[in-house]
Design a protein around this ligand. Structure first.
Ligand SMILES: NC(=O)c1ccc[n+]([C@@H]2O[C@H](COP(=O)([O-])OP(=O)(O)OC[C@H]3O[C@@H](n4cnc5c(N)ncnc54)[C@H](OP(=O)(O)O)[C@@H]3O)[C@@H](O)[C@H]2O)c1
Length: 244
């Protein structure tokens, strides 16, 4: 029986690359997505090309009932969840003085409450199995802060506190909980930036380039594997040296 990884927000960007990378490692993949689009069918085909099963289910991670149903269906389909990757996330950037209350709330609801909603529904299954890996996708700005991102930075800093607290709660039951803090990664989230802004950012990064989704997926693979079996409550920075 293959191990099973559940990845949220996995039809594109970093989530899709994580799903592909874990599929190559032989995991059956359960992926969650928010909007129906052709990327879903492409992602499913690419994952199944690795001779593993792929189960995809629509759901909004900020909605607790959606997450309850998601986990129920994944358990019905595969009977186990070995790895949970809380990846789904959004930005709604604006200086605080102009930020709408709903834009603050929505970013917290998807990024932080969404991480709670999925984890809360998965954790009992991992506790029963007395094993499991949870990898939460935070961000460099959750540690450093960033002008125009009070909502996003607060949600990502919250994920770090959540990760460390849960790691302490479940370590004795064989469940390891870690976070990954990517820097500037080339996905649709950063596509919105103008080319000259991206060039300036790249110049300021010690490794002189933006990261790729694969750079992040490689570290998630490590945190899901036996190679990291003595690590929990950690935040691994994948940012080309942006934050030292
Ligand atoms: N790109 C970066 O530079 C960077 C840096 C640091 C951290 N991160 C973090 O890495 C993660 C992935 O980012 P990305 O760059 O791959 O972003 P992306 O390309 O915008 O993809 C985000 C994914 O999350 C899904 N999603 C959004 N809201 C959701 C919801 N309410 N319920 C379920 N799924 C939802 C999206 O689904 P739809 O396709 O349906 O919209 C999409 O699949 C995020 O947590 C992000 O904060 C990214």
């Amino acid at each position: 029986m293959n191990k099973v990884a559940l990845i949220t927000g996995a039809t594109r960007g970093i989530g899709k690359q994580i799903a592909m990378t874990l599929a190559k490692e032989g995991y059956d993949i359960a992926l969650n997505y928010r909007r129906e689009n052709e990327e879903l069918q492409n992602a499913k085909k690419e994952i199944e090309a690795n001779k593993v099963e792929c189960f995809a289910m629509k759901g909004d991670v900020s909605n607790f009932e959606d997450c309850e149903e998601l986990v129920k269906q994944v358990m019905e389909k595969f009977g186990r969840i070995d790895v949970l990757v809380n990846n789904a996330g959004i930005t709604k950037d604006m200086l605080l003085m102009r930020m709408k209350q709903e834009d603050f709330q929505q970013v917290i609801d998807v990024n932080l409450v969404g991480t709670f909603n999925v984890t809360k529904n998965v954790i009992n299954h991992m506790l029963k199995a007395r094993s499991g890996r949870i990898v939460n996708i935070s961000s460099v700005v959750g540690v450093s802060g960033n002008a125009g991102q009070t909502n996003y930075a607060a949600s990502k800093a919250g994920i770090i506190g959540f990760t460390k607290s849960l790691a302490k709660e479940v370590a004795s039951r064989g469940i390891l909980v870690n976070a990954v803090a990517p820097g500037f990664i080339e996905t649709s989230m950063t596509e919105v930036l103008k080319d000259d802004v991206k060039e300036e950012i790249a110049k300021s990064i010690p490794l002189k380039r933006m990261g790729s989704s694969q750079d992040v997926a490689n570290v998630v693979k490590f945190l899901s594997s036996e190679d990291s079996s003595y690590m929990t409550g950690q935040v691994l920075h994948v940012d080309g040296g942006m934050l030292m």
